[in-house]
Structures are given as C-alpha cells and as structure tokens.
Design a protein around this ligand. Structure first.
Ligand code: 2RA
Length: 351
C-alpha cells in the first residue's frame, strides 16, 4: 500500500522546495498532508497539482501518517518529533536536534542508505546543508581511496538562513544598488544599510558587497556551530570516527547553492584522473572540470538542480595523497528537501 506522508514546515524555504520535489518525482505516496505553525494554518498550497489546506501542528495531524518529514527550527523538532514518532510515524528530521544521537541514523542515500534501516527511535536525521553539499562526492572518493583528513572552507548562500536570509540579501542589494561610491571606505556599506533597512538581519554583518566569516551559533573555542556540524556529521555519515576535519564557514552574497573548497587527504595515492573516474561514475555527481576552457561549477550556474557539482580538482603539490577541489550543491534541494525526500522514498519502499 502507499504510505501517507506529512510535511511539517510546509511553508518555509525548504518546505516550498519540498512540495515541488514531491510533486515532480515518482509519486509513491497516498495522502500528502501539509502542516505548519498555527500562523500558516488554513493557507492553501499546491502539491502534486492539487490544492491542499495547511493544518496547524498538533498531535492529531500525525494520525494515519506513515512518514513525516520535519523542516522546522531545532526547538520545534525537539518538542514535536518525539510526539510524531510515538504516534507511529517514521520521522525524517532536518533539524540539528537528533543528528548526533547514537540511536538516530544520519543518512545520505548515496553514501549510507543501509543506516536508514536501524532506527530504534523511529527517527532518521538528514544532515546540515553544508555537510550535504559535499557528501555525495566525498563519499564516492572515500569508498575507493579512504578519506583521512578534510580541510574545508564554505561559501554559504543566504537561503541557508531561510526565507528571511534571502529577503535580507535582496533588500540589501536593492538598498545599495546604483550608488557607485559604495564599498570603498571602511564601514560605508554598514552605514548605508543602517540608514535604509531595519536592524533585523539574520546575519551579523552586511552580506551584500561582502563576505561574512560566520554561520550558525557561537560554540566553545570560537567555533561557529556550522563548522562543528561539518566535522561531526561527516564522521558519522562516512562512518569514520577518527576523520580529521577542520572548517571555516563563510556566508556569501549568493541566494541559493552552497559551495565548498575542500582539501582532502586519502589513505591511498590518488591522481586527478583517478578522482575524475570516480566522480564521473557517481550517479548524482556532475564533474565540471575543464578550467583551461573556463569550465567549473558556480552557484549561479547550478542553482535549482539536483546533483552535486565538482570542479577544480587538483593534486596538492606539497601534500601527499591529497586533492583540492571545489563543490557546489543547491542547499535547498540536495542540501535539504531532496535528501529528505530520498530518505523518505527509501523508507516508503519498505511498505
Ligand atoms: C545555513 N546550514 O546555511 C545552515 C542552514 N541549516 O545557514
């Protein structure tokens, strides 16, 4: 029989892409129920070509639901995911709340699909979008060459901070556009924005005409939460508890699609040709690597699509068994909604 699916957080940035993905992939679902905060309840949204009335999050919305995909803030997941699971739904949760729980698998279908079957709490977590942006590529390389170390710098899109993140960059660009004196004196971008926009940015510095070396919340030692997630989640997904990872996460003026510069050391010797062969064979990875002819992935060229794009593959000159490469992945699709949908389809196949 066809399982019934609930989408919790149906009106957010990821929820919107989620409805699109559920509507465009092979339809394996019975009912698709849309759920959001009481504020959004009663809205009519389209999914699979039909109008569906959004229901307010309440215990009863899980009645008759087999699989529930949550994309809501951490504290909402902390409260409601266990309720959904107790009421019999298998939950796929996008928040950070359960990802490192040893009784909750953290799944990327290309890398560790088998982990989705061990779910003693009835919960499966889907990784942070920054981690996800490189997992298909790094998982494929790891499977043949044995990953040992990752040093990563991220270039993260503003929609990672939700609808408010995208709105802020559009507003900032509009506020600054046309003034060709801007961006040439210390603090002038900040000042111009303070005069024109409310002081409610989700980012700690201007993101237009700028880059911001901060994503997430403050953690001990001066780390940003995104940087630690990248480390901890990569270890768990790849099944390498001792993987050495160090990251610097940076917000850039891109609406959607995260990029990562990755410096990866392997157990075995690996050439650029080896990496090309592995990446070309990986079904969800697209290799765009011909820099002599200007071919490499950029967010603007791949946004709105499903694959993980890899380019700029180089053998590190001074580091043995080490590659440098550049990855782009749509943070709302593979980084969020698509990965959750793929996990949901894995589970649906059990029905
Ligand atoms: C961000 N990774 O880009 C986060 C979203 N979960 O802000």
């Amino acid at each position: 029989s066809r399982p019934n699916l609930a989408l919790i957080g149906a009106t957010g940035a990821v929820g919107t892409v989620m409805r699109d993905i559920v509507s465009s992939r092979d339809d394996v679902w019975g009912e698709v129920r849309l759920v959001a905060s009481p504020r959004s309840a009663g809205k009519v949204l389209r999914v699979r070509g039909e109008d569906v009335v959004v229901r307010a999050l309440a215990p009863e919305v899980f009645d008759g639901i087999d699989i529930a995909i949550f994309d809501v803030p951490d504290e909402v997941s902390a409260e409601w995911v266990p309720i959904a699971a107790e009421r019999g739904a298998i939950v796929i949760d996008k928040s950070g709340t359960f990802r490192m729980d040893p009784d909750v698998p953290l799944v990327v279908p290309e890398v560790n699909p088998h982990d989705a079957r061990q779910r003693p709490r009835n919960i499966i977590s889907t990784p942070n979008c920054t981690t996800l942006s490189m997992m298909a590529a790094m998982g494929a390389l790891h499977a043949e060459y044995g990953l040992q170390e990752l040093v990563v710098a991220s270039y993260q899109a503003v929609s990672g901070a939700g609808v408010a993140g995208s709105a802020r960059l559009y507003d900032e660009v509009e506020a600054l556009a046309g003034d060709r004196s801007i961006g040439q004196a210390a603090g002038d971008v900040r000042k111009a924005l303070a005069n024109k926009l409310p002081d409610d940015s989700p980012f700690p510095a201007p993101v237009a005409f700028n880059v911001v070396p901060w994503a997430g919340s403050y953690k001990d030692g001066g780390w940003a939460s995104e940087e630690l997630k990248l480390r901890n989640e990569s270890r768990k997904i790849l099944g390498i508890p001792g993987l050495k990872v160090s990251a610097t996460c940076v917000r850039v003026p891109v609406i959607t699609t995260h990029s990562l510069a990755v410096h990866a050391r392997f157990e075995r010797e690996i050439t650029v040709a080896d990496a090309h062969r592995v990446l070309e064979a990986a079904p969800t990875v697209v290799l765009m690597d011909d820099p002599a002819n200007g071919v490499f992935p950029t967010p603007a060229d791949v946004v709105g699509t499903d694959p993980t794009y890899v380019g700029r593959v180089r053998q590190a000159v001074d580091f043995p068994n080490t590659l440098d490469l550049f990855v782009c992945g749509d943070n709302l699709r593979k980084g969020a909604a698509l990965n959750a949908a793929e996990i949901a389809e894995l589970v649906a196949a059990e029905f």
